[in-house]
Unconditional design. Structure first.
Length: 177
């Protein structure tokens, strides 16, 4: 019985020392995720940007010696920057496809792509307000501002509000003025 109690005491002591260390590691990892910034720009990662050019080569790695996998061919398309290396940014589109693009091809101008087909743009942040326009899925619009649940967008001379759930290119908890 003494042997069992001694073993139990050792196990409890070990667990007591290990659990705080595990909790400390988890807190550190969470803190790093919240404070993650790009090593080159110091800007948050991930973050949204848009395509500045009509076409941009998407490469397998961060240099011109890496193979071009495909070409993004839509000016103002929203992209998400997930990594930085020197003059290169690893980006993904709304489908999760991407690669490395030279930073000169990207813009800080914020745009979104409409995910919901026949999405109304409302006069106010209220689905019962008048509709200013109806947008097809795939339309790219510029962000004017965003609240917690809505974004005011402009495209093709129209301006109005759309719920964040109907667009891609802005974070769920992101607020923009």
């Amino acid at each position: 019985m003494r042997s069992f109690l001694r073993s139990l005491t050792v196990v409890i002591a070990l667990i007591g020392g290990v659990l705080p260390a595990i909790a400390e590691k988890n807190e550190t990892a969470e803190d790093q995720t919240e404070l993650r910034t790009g090593p080159v720009t110091g800007l948050p990662l991930p973050r949204f940007v848009s395509l500045k050019a009509n076409e941009a080569n998407v490469r397998r790695g961060p240099s011109t010696s890496h193979r071009i996998d495909w070409v993004f061919a839509r000016r103002d398309m929203p992209l998400q920057v997930t990594a930085e290396y020197e003059n290169w940014r690893r980006v993904v589109d709304r489908d999760g496809l991407g690669g490395w693009v030279h930073y000169i091809m990207l813009s800080g101008v914020r745009t979104v792509i409409i995910d919901t087909d026949m999405q109304p743009l409302y006069a106010r942040q209220d689905e019962s307000s008048p509709q200013e326009a109806i947008l097809e899925a795939g339309v790219v619009a510029r962000i004017e501002e965003c609240t917690l649940n809505w974004c005011q967008l402009s495209t093709a001379g129209y301006k109005g509000w759309a719920p964040k759930s109907a667009i891609w290119g802005v974070g769920a908890d992101e607020v923009l003025d």
